[in-house]
Design a protein around this ligand. Structure first.
Ligand SMILES: Nc1ncnc2c1ncn2[C@@H]1O[C@H](COP(=O)(O)OP(=O)(O)OP(=O)(O)O)[C@@H](O)[C@H]1O
Ligand SMILES: [Mg+2]
Length: 313
């Protein structure tokens, strides 16, 4: 079992409750997204589960290992990228990678060299391998830090905002690496991100937290359904008039219809995929000139903003 099971994890710093009885599972091989506003407890969750700090309450197993009983084994089984990249500025990229590979127990020199080269090439750092990490740009350091975090091919990888501050190509490289690690090598990945598009593209399931409490856990589809019910249908026409609206509102399956702007109609349907052809047919027969038809699915951003909004005092 190389996933994660967390049961009732709390973490207090003095009087501040950073995590409040969090329970969740991460299935082996999945990419699990941790989303939430600044200060909601994402990094604290990662630090607890990778045994950098201990929880105030609760229990967890990571890669099948109990975090309270065998923290050292947990540390060997996980790779962590936190806010602090933890690379040696005065060593070259190659020396950094060699150092960490050895520290993680990659004893065979030839295998170690091959792994280091594979990772440095993957991140486009091979040509700069002999430069000191201290002379690297922010993005290059971030890539080196991720390469370092996965050098020992850990079963579970925690990546805390891996693509923040990276250019689009570097961010894509990192996404590609995460996908490759998850799909091909069956690594389990916990990804903290503020980039909702990234989460939508990569994560099998996500957890949205606020003030250390899980607001929602599930696939992106689950969260969207939970919040908004069925998707809506948007039809753009050259023009809309009252007769058109009256006729179409009586079409089977149309629960409600409203005009949005002078040329768009928004339909609330029972089953948009099944009912759209009839709605379009009725519009055309009533003289409507249809320009485009779109099924509007709520985005992860809609779900996130709805869930994390603070109730007004
Ligand atoms: N070592 C610490 N001592 C005291 N308070 C801490 C410590 N670490 C975290 N906290 C507090 O715990 C809460 C959660 O912080 P955490 O870093 O986990 O948030 P986050 O979700 O990662 O935020 P961000 O999106 O800004 O990275 C915050 O209120 C933070 O101030
Ligand atoms: Mg954080």
């Amino acid at each position: 079992m190389s996933g994660i099971e967390a049961v009732g994890i709390s973490k207090r710093f003095g009087t501040l409750t950073a995590l409040d009885k969090l329970s969740f599972r991460v299935e082996p091989g999945e990419i699990f997204g941790l989303l939430g506003p600044n200060g909601s407890g994402k990094t604290t969750t990662v630090r607890v589960l990778s045994c950098l700090i201990s929880p105030s309450e609760g229990s967890a197993s990571v890669a099948g290992i109990d975090i309270a009983k065998e923290p050292l084994r947990v540390r060997e089984a996980v790779g962590v990228l936190t806010e602090n990249p933890g690379i040696y500025e005065r060593l070259t990229a190659l020396e950094n990678m060699e150092f960490f590979a050895e520290a993680y127990g990659l004893k065979d020199q030839a295998k170690r060299a091959a792994r280091v080269r594979e990772l440095l090439e993957f991140f486009d750092l091979w040509d700069r391998r002999s430069d000191k990490a201290g002379t690297y740009s922010r993005g290059m350091r971030q890539k080196l830090a991720i390469a370092k975090a996965v050098v020992h091919s850990p079963q579970v990888v925690f990546l805390d905002e891996p693509s923040s501050g990276l250019d689009p190509k570097a961010a894509k490289d990192i996404r590609d690496l995460m996908e490759k690690m998850s799909r091909q090598e069956r690594h389990t990945i916990v990804l903290c991100t503020h980039n909702l598009e990234e989460a939508e593209r990569l994560c099998n399931r996500i957890m949205i937290i606020r003030r250390g409490v899980a607001l929602a856990i599930g696939s992106i589809g689950d969260l969207q359904k939970k919040l908004h019910g069925a998707p809506e249908l948007e039809v753009s026409l050259e023009a809309i008039d009252e007769t058109l609206l009256a006729k179409v509102s009586k079409t089977k399956g149309v629960k409600a219809v409203r005009a949005e702007g002078p040329t768009s109609l928004i339909f609330d349907l029972d089953k948009p995929e099944a009912e759209t052809p009839d709605v379009v047919k009725v519009l055309v027969q009533a003289g409507g000139r249809v320009k485009s038809v779109n099924i509007l699915k709520p985005t992860l951003e809609d779900a996130y903003l709805e869930l994390t909004k603070e109730e007004s005092q």
